[in-house]
Design a protein around this ligand. Structure first.
Ligand SMILES: [Zn+2]
Length: 333
């Protein structure tokens, strides 16, 4: 039975500069970006030491060996965002030729490393970091994007079976496309309105700011609950399983250093609740979030993994990739 024990899922949005290129330049975020490769290696090593499974929701662009391959795999129908600054294809004129001369926009060696490790899952974060609720783009363009992601993953003999929607922009009308193309699960947002607002590009900026402040506070004190989920009640709409996120692991914050303990305590309490009540706890972040204050971030993560180990021993709390858990959910339906 799927609810005989609790489950621990970690998904990482792997995107390098493609995740925020219109907001920050490479120079503004260079330390984090340049350290991402080291961070990935440490993530693999630490997870393997604690037997924790990771799901890397990876931007399809990062699978390309070089610019020729990137262009060759790009779909003909590209997202026609009204906000032109969101179009990543416009950046193709500015990027380098391959990972050696442009480690910020190419990631072939990273994907290879994760695949060769064999303990973890590579899922998709769409081909182009696609924004599913932005105006201008269409369902047909989304489909072309996902097909390109699946196509380039063939170079690694990979089937992509889970998806994390960029910026958590969720469009329920696109789930049938995912299902048709073989994707079995996605990461939904927390069940609280302060986590849903940003999905709507039409929300007023002031409201976004207020809600962002609440989310920040919610990192340290329990404002919105534990966000653990009973898999028996999981949404299987359109035959694709929603494995909702429980918590964003915020990067180490030097200014708010005394609050770091509270942040980790809030996560550990939710993990304990999930373990004792046979529920899902789904933690997520971006590898580049760990690119500054690397040691401090890994210290926090190791505290979480130590807790996982003891909950695994006491309650059979089980680490799973998105797809290994999805397969269990499907077989118990
Ligand atoms: Zn992203």
């Amino acid at each position: 039975m799927i609810n005989d024990n609790g489950h621990f899922v970690i998904s990482l949005d792997l995107e390098l500069h493609w995740g925020f290129f219109e907001l920050k330049t490479v120079e503004q975020y260079q330390e984090n970006l340049i350290n991402t490769r080291k961070v990935i290696q440490r993530l693999l090593d630490l997870s393997n030491a604690y037997n924790v499974k990771l799901t890397f929701a990876t931007v399809g662009f990062l699978f390309a060996k070089n610019k020729d391959e990137l262009i060759a795999f790009s779909p003909k129908e590209k997202p026609n965002y009204t906000k032109k600054e969101l179009n990543p294809y416009a950046l193709f004129n500015e990027i380098g030729f391959n990972e050696d001369d442009d480690p910020y926009h190419f990631g072939h060696s990273i994907v290879k490393k994760i695949v060769e490790d064999k303990n973890h899952e590579v899922g998709t974060h769409t081909f182009s970091h696609y924004y599913c609720t932005e105006t201008g783009q269409t369902k047909a363009q989304f489909e072309e994007d996902i097909k390109a992601a699946l196509h380039i993953a063939n170079n690694f003999d990979l089937d992509l079976e889970s998806i994390v929607f960029p910026r958590n922009m969720f469009n329920p009308h696109y789930l049938d496309v995912c299902h048709k193309l073989g994707i079995k699960s996605y990461r939904g947002t927390e069940n609280a309105s302060i986590y849903k607002l940003e999905n709507n590009p039409n929300s007023p900026n002031i409201t976004k700011l207020v809600f962002r402040a609440f989310r920040m506070l919610d990192t340290y004190v329990n404002l919105t609950g534990k966000h653990t989920y009973n898999l028996k009640n999981i949404n299987t709409k359109n035959h694709i399983i929603n494995l909702p996120q429980s918590r964003f692991l915020r990067p180490y914050n030097n200014t708010l250093r005394p609050l770091e303990k509270l942040k980790i305590r809030r996560i550990i309490r939710a993990m304990r609740y999930a373990a004792k009540h046979n529920e899902l706890f789904h933690l997520w972040w971006h590898p580049h979030n760990f690119g500054a204050n690397v040691d401090e971030n890994f210290k926090n993560l190791e505290a979480i993994f130590k807790e996982y180990k003891s909950l695994n021993e006491a309650y059979k709390f089980q680490s799973e990739t998105m797809t290994s858990l999805t397969n269990k959910v499907i077989s118990s339906l």
